[in-house]
Design a protein around this ligand. Structure first.
Ligand code: ZN
Length: 166
């Protein structure tokens, strides 16, 4: 497996650097870092606040198939593989394949990897973040999408306006 080609979802080392108030819904990432680490940190905070469902691998494959059909792209192949504990998932664009570490991945993780497959630009930039929010809006809920968008903006990460995530 050409692991090096995959773009994945790692666990942030920045969680400890994040401060968010119990009531004020404020998120600050106090350590300057790469867009990928900041994106992970925001997704981690978001999962704590508004967790998405975890699905079995069969459910995950079916859910991804439904999304792919709706989006007009090929069905991604889903597999599970042993990988570093710092990694949750990988997307292999050339093979159109998503690989996850846990046997019950979260919907957010699946959407994260699906966004990697369809984004022209590899990595965790503006296009990628916009795609994740778009998928949340279409396949989870408007409330989830609005909140993740708000957290990205609050962390100083660029993203298209919410209106363009329909
Ligand atoms: Zn990723």
């Amino acid at each position: 497996m050409r692991m090096v080609q995959g773009t994945g979802r790692g666990r942030s080392s920045l969680v400890g650097a994040m401060v968010w108030g119990r009531n004020d819904r404020l998120v600050r990432v106090s350590v300057a870092s790469s867009a990928a680490d900041k994106t992970y940190a925001v997704e981690d905070a978001f999962e704590l606040e508004m967790s998405t469902r975890v699905l079995s691998l069969d459910e995950s494959a079916q859910w991804l198939m439904m999304i792919a059909e709706n989006e007009g792209v090929d069905h991604p192949h889903l597999s599970r593989a042993a990988m570093s504990r710092s990694l949750l998932g990988l997307a292999f664009v050339d093979e159109w394949c998503i690989t996850v570490r846990k046997k019950k991945p979260s919907q957010l993780l699946l959407l994260h990897e699906m966004a990697h497959l369809v984004c022209a630009n590899q990595g965790h930039g503006r296009e990628f973040r916009t795609q994740v929010v778009t998928y949340l809006r279409r396949y989870i809920s408007l409330t989830h999408a609005l909140r993740l968008h708000e957290l990205f903006v609050g962390a100083g990460l660029t993203i298209e306006p919410f209106a363009s995530t329909k």
